[in-house]
Every structure is written in C-alpha cells, then in structure tokens.
Design a protein around this ligand. Structure first.
Ligand SMILES: NC(=O)c1ccc[n+]([C@@H]2O[C@H](COP(=O)([O-])OP(=O)(O)OC[C@H]3O[C@@H](n4cnc5c(N)ncnc54)[C@H](OP(=O)(O)O)[C@@H]3O)[C@@H](O)[C@H]2O)c1
Length: 358
C-alpha cells in the first residue's frame, strides 16, 4: 500500500504469535515502514510498539528512520468493527448486529472485508513487485464445503461424528467435527476469494496495458501498475498461545497444553523463523501478478493456486512451497463455488456491497 515511497503494511492477529513474528520481521526488513496492527490486547500492543521502536533505533535510543507504528484496537469478530478499521486506515492514509459464527468471521470474513475495503489503497501502491495481501491460515487443509450454507448456520454431519457422537459432544462441550468443518470452510473460501480478486486484478491490469502505451511491465517494474497479489499461507505447526488463550472449552485447552503441545514440540517451527520467511514473501517477485496467464512476464512467477503461473493467487507453506489440495478445489470450481461465494459475500452476507471498489 502507500501512495508515497514508504512501504505501508496492515497486520491483524499480530499482538501475539505468528502475526507478531511476521510484524517484527517486516519491521526489520522495512525500517521506513508505516505499520498498522489490529487486535484487542492493548498491553501486548504497547510492548510490540516498544519492541519495534527498539528495532528501528538499534537500541541506541535515537530516531534513525521515518518508520511509524500504529495500533488500532478492535474486536474483529464483529464485522462493523472491520468496517471501522477500513475507514480508520483509509483516513490515516489520506484516502478520501450480527449473528455470525465468531471464529469463522475471525478466520475468513473479517480478513476478506479488510482486503476488499483496502483494495483501492493497495492498488495505488508503487511497491516494485506489487502490493500483497497475506492471510495466515491453512491451505492444504481443504475438506468439505457446504455450498448452500457457506457461513455454517447449521450443524452439518461430519466424519468425526463417528468417534465423537452427540452424547460425547454434550458431555464434554467439545465439537471437533464442527471445528474441522469450520477450518475447511475458512480455508476454501480464502483461496476461492483470493482467486476471484486476482482474476479481477489481472483484468484491470490488462485493460490498463491495452489503453496506456507507456504502461510499465507488470511483473517487476511497479509504478503503481504492478497490481495486487494474494497469498494464503500455512504457517506449519507453531507453538503459540493460540490454544491457551483461544475460546476453547477447558477440556480442549487441557488436552492441547499438556498432551498435544509437548508432543508436537520436536516438529514445531519457531514463530520467528515463520515471521522472517512470510515477511520476505511480501516483496518476493515470484508471488506477484503477471500480465496475462501465459504472458511473457510469467516466467519468474510461481504456480498459482489455480495452477496458472503468475495468476496472482498463491497457496503456500511458510517456506514458500506450493501447498493446496488441487482436486478438492477443482471439483468445487466446476460446481460454480467461486461465483456462489462472491454472490454470498456481496449479497447474502451483507458486507461487500457496503464497500465500493471501482
Ligand atoms: N499456531 C499454529 O500452529 C497454526 C497452524 C495453522 C494455522 N494457524 C493459524 O494462524 C493464525 C495465527 O495463529 P497464532 O498461533 O499466531 O495465534 P495466537 O498466538 O493466539 O494469536 C492470535 C492473534 O489474533 C488476535 N485476535 C484473536 N481474536 C481477535 C479478535 N476477536 N479481534 C481482533 N484480533 C483478534 C490476537 O490479538 P488480541 O488478543 O490482541 O485481540 C492475536 O494477535 C490463526 O488463524 C491460526 O488458525 C496457526
């Protein structure tokens, strides 16, 4: 983002864990950045602001650069708060009751609306390889998707119900089948939404090229015409406080903290390592948007989530490898899932229509 030369980045979920690690790595890599981060925990936010200032001043106390960091306090399980965040960032960057499933809003809808609402700013970015939207979730975890109930108003049967039947769910207050379904929905909707945004972005860029003779090449030359690309990233297993802090029932917290976390420790990845890698993806030209599907500029780019090189929508592991269940997505695309999702976001869910993006 950003209309001037400074890189501008907005982070959600960065007052802790993976998001915090990415934010700090980004701050190290962009010492003149304007950083916004959104969350609820003000104490953590204050500490992060101190840490970033420390990074920018090399611990010497003197101001060495023009970087700025701003915390925006908001609970992102409420879509009206997402709208306020969009307005707040737009205002600062100089551009002119809900009944939804909270975790699903947090992992998909709030990110989708933030992305959509900030598209005009992202498009005006002059960053050389194009602006980026990065959502840390779980590509590769695609499973079932109920096309007629995308926001999961109903409790659908799942395979896990065989080993976790209703009486056990009632007894423990846990519903692992529904949790898995929610992850699967968020994951697939993220990828399909990103693909649709990237498709629109390619069309917009191609149009710009056909009408402006002097337009620069899209991949690698910038000038505000490099477009926006969209990355859905799996962070690997990262030991964060997610399980202790999350709104999980006590039994599940106990299970994760005392049984699962010690078991995964040997294969877990350090949040800082994930942070460094993901922050680098924000400028890596392999994850940009190429001029056309088979365009001359596509060679340097990675294979998109739709299997088209340089398409502008990527599903990746934290270290940059392509990661997605192609067969699941392909079957859904054939059923018109992308169009249904777009309609759902614009009309059914009542959010995108409130935000105008030319
Ligand atoms: N850890 C893993 O192994 C792993 C694996 C696969 C995928 N993921 C995904 O990666 C993402 C980050 O996970 P993490 O482990 O870094 O989590 P974490 O350490 O628990 O951090 C969660 C972040 O989200 C913010 N947040 C939570 N609820 C919020 C709300 N209602 N409104 C605004 N902000 C909110 C928190 O900030 P405040 O408390 O300040 O609001 C915090 O900054 C999640 O989507 C997770 O599902 C994690």
């Amino acid at each position: 983002m950003g209309n001037d030369q400074c890189p501008v980045a907005l982070f959600t979920g960065a007052t802790a864990g993976i998001g915090e690690a990415i934010l700090k790595a980004y701050a190290k890599q962009h010492r003149d950045a304007r950083i916004y981060f959104v969350g609820r925990n003000e104490a953590s936010a204050r500490k992060i602001i101190e840490d970033v200032r420390e990074i920018w001043t090399d611990g010497q106390g003197g101001v060495e650069n023009e970087g700025a960091i701003t915390f925006i306090k908001a609970d992102l399980t409420l879509l009206r708060n997402v709208q306020s965040v969009v307005e707040e960032v737009k205002r600062r960057e100089g551009e002119t009751s809900e009944h939804h499933d909270a975790p699903l809003v947090l992992t998909f809808y709030s990110r989708a609306y933030l992305t959509y609402g900030l598209l005009p700013l992202l498009r005006s970015s002059k960053t050389p390889n194009g602006a980026r939207v990065i959502s840390i979730l779980a590509p590769g975890e695609e499973g079932p998707l109920y096309l007629e109930d995308l926001d999961l108003k109903d409790r659908h049967p799942t395979v896990i119900d065989w080993i976790f039947p209703e009486w056990l769910r009632r007894l423990t207050g846990l519903d692992p089948g529904y949790m898995m379904l929610r992850i699967s929905h968020s994951v697939i909707m993220t990828t399909l939404f990103f693909e649709e945004l990237a498709r629109r972005e390619r069309e917009r860029i191609q149009e710009a090229h056909s009408t402006t003779e002097t337009a620069p090449d899209v991949l690698g030359h910038g000038g505000g015409k490099a477009g926006v690309s969209f990355l859905h990233v799996y962070p690997g297993l990262v030991k964060t406080k997610e399980f202790e802090r999350g709104d999980f029932p006590a039994a599940l917290k106990f299970f994760f903290t005392w049984i699962m976390l010690p078991l995964i420790t040997p294969i877990a990845v350090a949040a800082e390592k994930v942070g460094e890698s993901v922050a680098s993806m924000a400028k890596d030209k392999r994850f940009g948007l190429s001029r056309s599907a088979e365009g001359e500029q596509a060679g340097a780019a990675e294979l998109g989530s739709d299997r088209v090189r340089g398409s502008g929508s990527y599903c990746l592991s934290w270290d940059g490898r392509r990661m997605v269940k192609d067969n699941v997505l392909e079957a859904l695309r054939k059923k018109g899932a992308s169009e249904l999702l777009w309609e759902h976001l614009v009309e059914g869910f009542g959010g995108l229509d409130a935000m105008t993006v030319e």
